[in-house]
Design a protein around this ligand. Sequence first.
Ligand code: ZN
Length: 105
Amino acid sequence: MKVRPIDANLFAKSLEIEARSVGVSWVCDRHEAAAIRAAFNVAATKARQFPTLDYAPVVHGEWIEPCINKYGHPCHHCSKCGFKASQKDRNFCPNCGAKMDKEGQ
Ligand SMILES: [Zn+2]
């Protein structure tokens, strides 16, 4: 199943609103399990119908060294796209946007 990001805070709020709308007479002792199952099914349906957020997952990479660029200077490769950078002090790859925090993990 494909990951579909939603706003968890907004979703929780919608469940709280749903919970407040449940009347006391809706749940009796004999039908408690069925009522709980029904509540979970309502929550699952709401989750499926909740709007999807615009979201791009963070790609983690690291600067791999050393390499020699066409001018004979030392350079570093992005571990994700192979982009050659003259300095590895950037915390992201200017070519693919990978966040350079994988080193040492
Ligand atoms: Zn890159």
